[in-house]
Design a protein around this ligand. Structure first.
Ligand code: PRP
Ligand code: URA
Length: 209
């Protein structure tokens, strides 16, 4: 069974509370999503392998550690996952970026795919799949299945808010994919929205309806 890592850091919880507030507009919402994503990336990458290096300082030789050349790819699920991309590339500028386009059919709540382009050399990368919302889990599970169908095996899912239902679906379908989440909420309502959640993440991020 995969791990679920819930972030209880005060900075993350503070920022998430502001994001949930219905009075928070798109500008602040975007900024907060980026800030929280950056804080999360710090933890998501904690176990990346490093190797010892020797650095010539102006004074002498220092032994230090640097990333072991592990390649990273990030794959936002369109649209709302786009709001998490800049945070990752700020910290990991060499990361390659793919995109998976999915929307949730409002009637069936099933994911509909409209785009999929993965980073070059994805099979050899640690892939971070980004989407602020894990509700029924249909979108996340489908996105991870698309990625696995292209021979990728090292995948982590990073989201802002998850419902227990969505976590159960991803764990059932992808027991090898760890889930990183800033807020674990109560349930879904009859429209498949996370309760209490923050509403429609894509609409709040981009100012659409
Ligand atoms: C939202 C969200 C996830 C999905 C989660 O996207 O960003 O991708 O819903 O719901 P699920 O777990 O029940 O699949 P949406 O379908 O609203 O598309 P959008 O980002 O283009 O607005
Ligand atoms: N997608 C969202 O953006 N919000 C939810 O609460 C559920 C799905």
């Amino acid at each position: 069974m995969s791990k679920v890592i819930v972030f209880d850091h005060p900075l993350i919880q503070h920022k998430l509370s502001i994001m949930r507030d219905e009075r928070t507009g798109p500008k602040e919402f975007r900024e907060l999503l980026e800030e929280i994503s950056m804080l999360m990336v710090y933890e998501v990458t904690r176990d990346l392998p490093t190797e010892e290096v020797e650095i010539k300082t102006p004074v002498s030789i220092a032994k230090g550690r640097m990333l072991e050349g592990k390649k990273i790819g990030i794959i936002p699920i369109l649209r709302a996952g786009l709001g998490m991309v800049d945070a990752v590339t700020t910290l990991i500028p060499a990361a390659k970026i793919g995109h998976i386009g999915l929307y949730r059919d409002p009637e069936s709540l099933k994911p509909v795919e409209y785009y999929c382009k993965l980073p070059i050399d994805s099979e050899n990368r640690l892939l971070l799949v980004l989407d602020p919302m894990l509700a029924t889990g249909g979108s996340a599970s489908a996105a991870i299945s698309f990625i696995k169908a292209r021979n990728c095996t090292n995948i982590r899912f990073v989201c802002l808010i998850a419902a227990p239902e969505g976590i159960a679906v991803v764990q059932r379908d992808h027991p090898d994919v760890d889930i990183y989440v800033a807020g674990l909420d109560e349930c879904l309502n009859e429209h498949g929205y996370i309760v209490p959640g923050l509403g429609d993440a894509g609409d709040r991020l981009f100012g659409t309806k």
